[in-house]
Ligand binder design. Structure first.
Ligand code: ARG
Length: 463
């Protein structure tokens, strides 16, 4: 083979790759991150080649030892990654051959970099999904504990960010938990569909060697080998699906972030975040900025962007493998890194949210949040809802003029609006009465919130 050409595939070439093109097309700068999965895949592949007799037991032994030695070198930081060798696969294979001699070249029998990379990313993402899932569980566990502790804490519930009806803070936190519960199950769904082994597809059509794909799949912990070789090397839908699950998680974290930012403001003043999750201002000494939620809210943008990149990358690709697919890695890696960081920061921070219970309650009183309760009270006494709505509207107008909440008005002040109002009205006009009355599955009553937090915790314990 001419030394002008690439040592791995240069046989048919008469001039070596343009220096810039070599750099431009290389992926080793980022796909080296997959080395562990690449080597695990190779170990399984070589074990299978030995089992079916394509290589001898001795060759298999040498290759496996060599691969383990290469792994150790990389892990010890004693590995020279070479851009000339293009990608992680050829870097590892070259290092193997340098270590054990020509027998190393037998490793690539019956496979291609196309099925190799399709396998590597799946192994990598499977691991990362497991890591992200346990961070999510840690976050949810903190959230449900805080919810149970705040089951009696009353705050305004909002629609249109206008005070609507009183709710408990625990109920609000459990709403967050439900969002994350669905996020968790999306990650598991994605993992299950992803856990199918492409190896054996080789370049696109399969291979002429008597391979045992079921054996390799078992070694690598895949549920089964894939059904179609063309599909196996080409589609990156699993990465898109992961990216979409990640985007939804970030969308939820971003909504939570927005509320945390609002609640820490002087205008809401509902909660305090520990100083260690905030930073100050270099010019305004009074400032304590909620940086962690702000940054998470901001990172949501790039993760949405990666989803769009991956969808666009895959769109219109003819079967089977195309070099376009090399562009899947950086968006996926960046998604994993930033999602992991965001989940970690939230899991660390959430248990230490300090509710300013008095402020929350005052805010609920200020907003006439029990107005619906007064209307319901009148309806239960026989008044049509539309009329009740009108009566309550007039009472609220009176309250706005006199600076009084409905629960602060005397019976004499209320009866002019409707003579069906009697002294028992005060049972429903207080904030406590209002939340306690929503006493059904999914309602905000403290007893329901405590029970819901228990159920949520029990679900987490089965993961
Ligand atoms: N670096 C490539 C990728 O990320 C690996 C597969 C390359 N295959 C090939 N025939 N060039 O997709």
């Amino acid at each position: 083979m001419s030394d002008q050409t690439n040592s791995q595939w240069g046989g048919r070439f008469s001039e070596s790759t343009d220096a810039f093109v070599a750099e431009f097309t290389a992926s080793v700068g980022f796909d080296r991150r997959l080395y562990r999965y690449d080597i695990e895949g190779s170990i399984a592949h070589a074990s299978m080649l030995g089992k079916v007799g394509v290589i001898t037991p001795d060759e298999r032994g040498q290759i496996l030892d060599g691969l383990k030695a290469v792994m150790a070198d990389i892990e010890a930081g004693q590995f020279n990654w070479s851009v000339a060798l293009e990608d992680v696969h050829m870097n590892v294979e070259k290092a193997l051959t340098d270590k054990i001699g020509p027998v190393g070249k037998k490793l690539h029998t019956g496979r291609s970099r196309n099925d190799q990379i399709a396998t590597d990313i799946r192994l990598y993402l499977r691991d990362e999904i497991d890591r992200l899932s346990s961070e999510l569980t840690r976050l949810q566990s903190g959230l449900t504990s805080l919810a149970a502790a705040e089951a009696d804490t009353i705050m305004p519930g909002f629609t249109h960010l206008q005070t609507a009806q009183p709710v408990t803070f625990g109920h609000h936190l459990l709403a967050w938990n439900e969002m994350l519960e669905r996020d968790y199950s999306r990650l598991q769904d994605c993992r299950a569909r992803m856990n199918v082994m492409p190896l054996g597809a080789a370049a696109l059509a399969g291979t002429t060697y008597p391979i045992d794909r079921v054996f390799t799949a078992e070694l690598l912990g895949f549920d089964r080998p894939s059904e179609n070789s063309l599909d196996s090397v080409s589609d990156r839908d699993f990465a898109i699906e992961f990216s979409s699950a990640a985007a939804l998680i970030m969308m939820h974290l971003s909504r939570m972030s927005e509320e945390l930012v609002l609640w820490t403001s002087a205008q809401f003043d509902f909660i305090d975040l520990p100083d260690r999750f905030c930073t100050g201002s270099s010019i305004m000494p009074q400032k304590k900025n909620p940086d962690v939620p702000e940054l998470v809210r901001g990172k949501t943008g790039r993760i949405f962007g990666h989803l769009m990149s991956l969808l666009t990358l895959m769109k219109s690709q003819p079967l089977a493998y195309n070099k376009d697919n090399q562009e899947d890695k950086e968006p996926v890696f960046d998604t994993v890194d930033n999602l992991a960081g965001s989940l970690r920061a939230f899991a660390d921070m959430i248990p230490y949210i300090e509710a300013k219970r008095e402020n929350m309650k005052l805010a609920a009183i200020k907003g006439y949040s029990t107005a619906t309760d007064l209307a319901d009270y009148l309806v239960k006494k026989g008044m049509p809802f539309r009329d009740a709505h009108e009566v309550v509207g007039q009472s609220v107008a009176y309250g706005l003029k006199t600076g009084k909440d409905l629960s602060e008005m005397t019976l004499e002040e209320l009866t002019p609006f409707s003579d069906t109002i009697t002294a028992d009205v005060f049972d429903v006009l207080t904030l406590e009465g209002s939340v306690a009355a929503r006493d059904h599955l999914g309602g905000t009553a403290p007893a329901q919130v405590r029970a819901a937090a228990e159920r949520a915790k029990a679900r987490l314990a089965t993961r």
